[in-house]
Design a protein around this ligand. Structure first.
Ligand SMILES: [Zn+2]
Ligand SMILES: [Zn+2]
Length: 345
């Protein structure tokens, strides 16, 4: 098969002919019909999130099963599927309690093994991790659901009880942030988007942000507090120490902060204002993807047309184009839409 391979940290990935993957007894091989290019792929490529080399990234995938392992009972060749980016082992306490996204034995296509920037990809513990695509959901949209949209869905709905009319602040209007804005607006939340890029904020307004704040113009916390008295729910989708702290400081009493953006290096451990956390009874949540079992609510939102993740797709390309998109994420102002590659044409 063809795959987008890199053999050193930061080396430009190249489309290369490699061996087809072996099918694990509990897994499947999927022919990849569409795969999104995500910032997490970039973090692996530049070495923030180390992977074994040579490597094939890609974890936002949709495709058709072409082989099933002997132990797989729920799936058959020809099924149209996607999968959360964190795949649980299906056996441990976390998985059995319905939280495979924190499974200690998790696998992640594109991180713990080769991913979907290829014509074929393996998913382990398939009975536990695959999600059947509704007939009317195309592969392109399904790939755009990938980690960012699904993660955003759970970040908005999975940690705090939110009600129509509540304020939601979203720091960072990249793929995850724009998804959260779209989902929040569809659920009737009043959404404030914060970013440093005027272009990203324009997209944010187009997908449902009621207010946009350019953090380059001053302290966004002041503007948010003035406007709302503090928001009910705030997401840091940017993943910096600055935005994580701003997000927490944007909350009203008993508000909820959800950390969505990954934090690396010097940003990894921002100093939280624990004095305010206790005095205002703030809640701090981490959000690490979503369980396959939690997809139905998300798929309902999509197939009913209440949210249109396809609107976030700004580029459709091939495997080589996925490599270019990955490299371009290192630009000072990367573009904020989603690039999706079609590895099998
Ligand atoms: Zn597990
Ligand atoms: Zn991702």
């Amino acid at each position: 098969m063809k795959a987008l391979v890199y053999d050193a940290v930061g080396a430009v990935p190249a489309v290369t002919e490699v061996a087809d993957p072996d099918c694990p007894t509990d897994g499947v091989v999927i022919e990849v019909r569409a795969t999104g290019v995500c910032r997490s792929d970039f973090h692996a490529w530049v070495g923030h999130d180390p992977v074994a080399l040579p490597h094939v990234g890609g974890h936002e995938l949709a495709g058709v099963i072409i082989e099933t392992g002997a132990d797989v009972t729920r799936w058959a060749v020809g099924d149209r599927v996607t999968t959360p980016f964190v795949c649980g082992c299906g056996r441990c306490d976390c998985c059995r309690a319905g939280s495979p996204q924190v499974c200690p034995d998790q696998t992640q296509p594109g991180f713990t093994g080769w991913g979907s920037f290829a014509e074929q990809v393996v998913v382990h513990a398939a009975d536990f991790n695959l999600v059947r695509l509704p007939d009317d959901l195309d592969f392109l949209t399904a790939a755009a659901l990938g980690c960012r949209f699904a993660t955003a869905y759970r970040a908005v709905t999975g940690h705090a009880a939110v009600h129509e009319g509540d304020w939601l602040a979203v720091y960072g209007a990249g793929g995850a942030g724009l998804s959260a804005i779209m989902i929040g607006a569809a659920l009737g939340l009043r959404v404030i988007a914060v970013d440093l890029s005027a272009q990203a904020l324009q997209l944010a307004a187009e997908v449902g942000a009621e207010r946009t704040i350019n953090a380059a113009d001053g302290d966004p916390v002041e503007s948010i507090t003035e406007l709302t008295g503090g928001v009910h729910l705030s997401l840091d989708c940017a993943g910096t120490a600055t935005t994580a702290l701003q997000s927490v400081r944007s909350l009203r009493r008993r508000g909820h902060h959800v950390q969505v953006g990954l934090l690396f290096g010097p940003s990894a451990a921002p100093p939280l204002p624990m004095d305010r956390v206790i005095a205002w009874e703030l809640s701090i949540h981490g959000s690490h993807g979503i369980a396959a079992a939690d997809y139905p609510g998300l798929l309902d939102l999509v197939t009913s047309g209440r949210v249109q993740p396809g609107r976030l797709i700004t580029d459709v390309t091939d495997l080589a184009g996925a490599g270019n998109a990955l490299v371009a994420m290192g630009d000072p102002s990367p573009h904020s839409g989603i690039t999706v590659a079609l590895p099998t044409g």
